[in-house]
Design a protein around this ligand. Structure first.
Ligand code: 13P
Length: 245
């Protein structure tokens, strides 16, 4: 049985003042029925981990470098995220694929680095609107999945997030049937490649998840939680999504 996961991606939002939202979230949901993860900007990881203390909320980064150390100005190694208090890292988000030209091969190398540092990799994939309109959604997602995951992925060290690019930050979501089609496809591909571990990996849906649509999305086939952007920034909205899980 896969335990549900509510993951928040703060993207490039938040300062130390925003940690008040984390305190409010913990106060409102001291014993959540699902796993909870918050991925703030790197500047806040250590502060957030410190503020969370022993409460059941994990902290993650939003990217890492494929190398463990070295001359890579501005980059952060997976081991450094772990040292700051992170247990997870988001990799291959469509915003990084678009803004920084990240390829499947780069995401794959970063996933290896995350695993080597003991982090859970939250590997993101999803089609653009043009790709969906062209009827190539499953082909695109299958190629991203194959290229972005290294050998050795397990239900413990890897989470997959399906985020249709056209649904991110737009208020538009796929139909439940479209989500189920992709998640069922991802599950079959994962089991085919990783066997029982592919059956144990959690599949998150991401893209305009909010309190009002969380319940029906979470009830959809092979949806094991959500990767939430905008609605993860406030304790009220993210708390409602946690409650829906
Ligand atoms: P929104 O929830 O703001 O649409 O963002 C989704 C996302 O990209 C999470 O990684």
């Amino acid at each position: 049985m896969r335990r549900k996961l509510a993951a928040g991606n703060w993207k490039m939002n938040g300062t130390r003042a925003s940690l008040a939202e984390v305190e409010a979230l913990i106060a409102a949901h001291p014993e959540p029925a699902c796993d909870v993860l918050l991925c703030p900007p790197a500047t806040l990881i250590a502060w957030m981990a410190d503020r969370i203390g022993a409460a059941p909320v994990a902290v993650g980064g939003q990217d890492c470098h494929a190398r463990a150390s070295g001359a890579h100005t501005g980059d952060i190694a997976a081991g450094q995220l772990a040292d700051a208090g992170a247990s997870h890292v988001i990799l291959g988000h469509s915003e990084r694929r678009a803004d920084h030209g990240e390829t499947d091969a780069m995401v794959c190398a970063k996933t290896v680095a995350a695993h080597d540092a003991g982090l859970v990799a939250v590997v993101c994939l999803g089609e653009t609107e043009a790709e969906r309109d062209a009827g190539t959604t499953l082909a695109v997602i299958g190629a991203q999945l194959a290229g972005s995951l290294p050998e050795g992925c397990t239900g413990h060290n890897t989470v997959i997030a399906y985020e249709p690019v056209w649904a991110i930050g737009t208020g538009r979501t796929p139909t439940l049937g479209q989500i189920a089609e992709v998640h069922d496809f991802l599950r079959a591909e994962l089991v085919n490649r990783f066997g029982a571990e592919g059956g144990a990996m959690r599949l998150l849906y991401g893209g305009s998840v909010k309190p009002s649509n969380a319940t029906e999305i979470f009830a959809t086939s092979n949806v094991d939680g959500a990767l939430v952007g905008g609605a993860s920034l406030t304790a009220a909205d993210f708390g409602a999504i946690i409650a829906a899980l």
